[in-house]
Design a protein around this ligand. Sequence first.
Ligand SMILES: *[C@@H]1O[C@H](CO)[C@@H](O)[C@H](O)[C@H]1NC(C)=O
Ligand SMILES: *[C@@H]1O[C@H](CO)[C@@H](O)[C@H](O)[C@H]1NC(C)=O
Ligand SMILES: *[C@@H]1O[C@H](CO)[C@@H](O)[C@H](O)[C@H]1NC(C)=O
Length: 461
Amino acid sequence: MVTIRTMQNKRSNTLGLVMALWLVSLQLVCAQNMKSSTALTIKDSTDDLNDGEETQLPDDEDLEVFRPTDKWQTLKPGQAVPAGSHVRMNLQTGQNEVKLGEEGLNRWTDGKRQGIMNTNNPSFTAQELKEALKKFKEGTDDSEGTKQEEDAVRANFRPIEELKKDMEALDILMETDIQVMRRLLNQFNNTNSTTEEKITALLDLEYLVHQVDNAQNLVSMGGMQLVIQALNSTDIRLQEIAAFVLGSAVSSNPSVQVHAVEGGALQKLLTLLATQRSMTVKKKGLFAVASLMRHFPFAQVHFLKLGGVQMLSKLFQTPGAEALRVRIITILYDMITEKELISQVGLDLIPDSSHQERLRQYAEVSLLPVLEEQGWCRLVPELLASHEHDWREKALRALLAMMAQCQSQFKQHPTLTTSLTELQKQYKELVLTEQDVGEQDGYFGEILALVDSIVVKMQRV
Ligand SMILES: *[C@@H]1O[C@H](CO)[C@@H](O)[C@H](O)[C@H]1NC(C)=O
Ligand SMILES: *[C@@H]1O[C@H](CO)[C@@H](O)[C@H](O)[C@H]1NC(C)=O
Ligand SMILES: *[C@@H]1O[C@H](CO)[C@@H](O)[C@H](O)[C@H]1NC(C)=O
């Protein structure tokens, strides 16, 4: 198995360092394909290196055979290395280094090509290799100087070109995302894996499933089910990261949303939010719930049926969960406005059948009455007590969105009217400070407009 990829490297920030001494163990590359005159010509290992017979080499350039030892040594241009040697490029000097091969190398074959990869070595994604190469090239382009230096660069130039070819060969051999995902899923699903290994596998998966295709592959490989199961794993870190993977996989990915909901993800997530779990787990759980429901009325209906609103009300009022309050309100607000926007779009468009269908689906999402029933006309104003402008803004927008349903309750709310008066006063002053620095349509002005609008709408009969 060729493994040229570890995302942990990226995460642990050792990448730059590792890149500088880039070990690829290029035992590449197909002796039969290396017809060009090259510094990286690989001799067949059956050659007798001692008799100096280079006549078998495929070109007539006078190649010198390099004799590797167990130490890294710099390879000179025009030198050939015996097959089975380790070759690496030092990205800082641009020189190739070589040493004797050792155990731990896996032979690979792929059609006509064959070679050896050291699976223990640090390995990289295609992108990382390309970036390394780019930096490397930039470095050599910069090195303008004396004639001598230029000559030195030129002497190195051909090997660099050859290395590029080698890297292209590597590129072909690179694991595809599907292969990587299969490996990660196996690592995650293997009962022998430690929790740390499982966490690493999930984090790497999370990185991959941002791509639409990868998220769909997660489903077809059976990985979605594994992730959903992990939502109630006994390890809270696995719960948290499973929710993270799930949320990322379903984001803007309708077909994956469908599979996740059908696979029972919503139920599991609501359980996760309703039971005693750490705040970090719940935070990621809310992220996953929000991603699952966004632009997906089917999931929203499901959420309502499963008692999602009650559950969020409970969470909102849980002591110690204050940090989650703004996220909860945002989820509810997004649901309200999403439905409103859909029906507004219908006003200026010639309705097509898919739009009709969407309207029909959103018509089933009857959120506002449930919000009222579950006490949200009373709960949302509580968020105004926050000192965060951002939180207040979210609360104000939610109040406006709920006005039609909650107006009479807002009027009777014990603190809402005083809060609004107080906010009006505060933001009027803040708007003045904004104007002092020449800002006409500033953020505080925006908040003030929201407060004013609520005050006006609350007075309507
Ligand atoms: C787990 O390890 C045992 C012992 O090393 C091995 O026999 C078994 O095949 C492994 N299981 C998996 C799923 O890799
Ligand atoms: C996970 O492992 C189980 C048992 O070893 C196996 O039946 C299942 O197919 C595996 N799932 C995936 C997605 O690899
Ligand atoms: C997770 O939930 C499933 C079904 O809801 C249950 O069968 C399983 O025992 C739970 N696992 C843990 C570790 O609680």
